[in-house]
Design a protein. Structure first.
Length: 387
């Protein structure tokens, strides 16, 4: 491929203003999970305008899409997230780093020219809820990719070796028997008691799990009126562990807690998943080293990964092909993500700068993967070792 950097830099620079304007527009017009119709259209239209073949919708998801350019060689896929948060807007920065993936793909395609290789952009809706990447990974969309990549907006710190917690979402429904709470409570079976016992059992379980385990939940339904013994109570739980196998073992213990609570209170309990399970992010040392080099080249100061933070459906992608999600600082302020303040940071000058430089780092990493068979082999070998 030769020295692609001058061509790549010009390709990024010539599109930077449009990318920044698009990100700011999305910030001003946030769309919730599964409702990203305008965001999806704008991303897909820009890609189609520059010669990508676009499939939209994708896999039965109205706002998902896949755009392709090039053929006959290795494949890289840029992941473009789109959804915002209720009441907060783009407090996770998807407007910014989704646009960065599109910008990176456009610039990488120009720098690649007619050389063998395929560049894809996969529009991945609903990361904040169901996680479209879970279904896309199951459908095999990423199975032929040599690398899937993106960056995620972050406060203060930049690092390439992001780690995530495996996550499940379970809804527990306790059912009992209604009765008058004053006249004849003995005739009832209190579903809320079953739920309360379950939550107490979870609190006791927390004493006997590793510190990095999370058991977050809330009461969704707890009854209709104080003078009626509740015959239905609903609890939503999101258990998390650093590895999928450990999470599956934890969930089995959670189910035992639910059964015991129902038995103790004379109620019944059933459960179902209310969202798709997110897998943990598989490390890939060669890919992360590559990404770190390119981020440093763009002037970002890197720090070591702090360990598993949060959960992402990119984890599911990482179990199907080599994948990475770098964290890129968009502000020096000690902000928390999923806040209005962080949403505002995506439209500040430092956020704009991170979008452009982060996109160039992504594109350069992708081009190096496409151009270097030895690097691809090392990335693939590390992936196979960790699966």
């Amino acid at each position: 491929m030769g020295d692609f950097r001058a061509t790549l830099h010009e390709a990024i620079a010539s599109r930077a203003k449009r990318a920044v304007d698009l990100s700011d527009y999305l910030a001003a017009h946030p769309e919730l999970s599964g409702e990203e119709h305008e965001t999806s259209r704008l991303f897909a239209s820009w890609l189609e305008e520059e010669g990508f073949e676009v499939q939209r919708p994708l896999g039965g998801l109205p706002t998902a899409f896949q755009a392709r350019r090039g053929s006959g060689g290795p494949v890289v896929a840029f992941l473009a997230e789109m959804d915002a948060l209720p009441g907060v807007g783009h407090g996770c920065g998807h407007n910014l780093h989704g646009t960065a993936s599109v910008l990176a793909a456009l610039a990488a395609a120009e720098a690649l020219g007619d050389l063998p290789g395929e560049i894809r952009v996969v529009g991945t809706p609903a990361e904040e809820t169901d996680g479209a990447k879970v279904m896309q990974a199951k459908a095999g969309i990423f199975d032929d990719c040599d690398l899937a990549l993106m960056f995620h907006a972050s406060p203060q710190e930049t690092y390439a070796d992001y780690r995530s917690l495996a996550l499940d979402g379970w809804e527990f429904v306790f059912t009992g028997k209604p009765a008058h709470a004053a006249a004849s409570p003995w005739e009832g079976r209190n579903a809320l008691n079953g739920l309360q016992f379950f939550v107490h059992a979870l609190d006791m379980l927390r004493q006997h799990v590793r510190p990095e385990v999370r058991l977050g939940g809330f009461v969704l339904e707890g009854g209709q009126a104080p003078n009626i013994v509740p015959d239905r109570a609903v609890y939503r739980l999101e258990p998390r562990c650093p590895r999928r196998g450990d999470l599956d073992a934890l969930v089995a213990r959670v189910f035992d807690c639910a059964r015991g609570a129902a038995l103790a209170t004379g109620t019944e309990v059933a459960w179902h998943e209310f969202l798709h399970g997110f897998d943990d992010m598989l490390p890939n040392d060669p890919a992360e080293a590559l990404m770190g080099e390119e981020l440093a080249r763009q002037g970002f100061s890197l720090v070591p990964s702090p360990g598993p933070l949060g959960s992402t459906d990119v984890g599911n992608v990482s179990h199907r092909c080599p994948a990475l999600q770098a964290e890129v600082s968009i502000t020096d302020l000690p902000l928390s993500i999923h806040t209005r303040e962080f949403a505002q940071a995506t439209t500040a000058p430092q956020g704009h700068d991170a979008l452009v430089r982060g996109a160039e780092a992504l594109a350069a990493a992708a081009l190096r993967i496409l151009a270097d068979p030895a690097l691809r082999a090392a990335v693939r070998e590390d992936f196979q070792k960790r699966r």
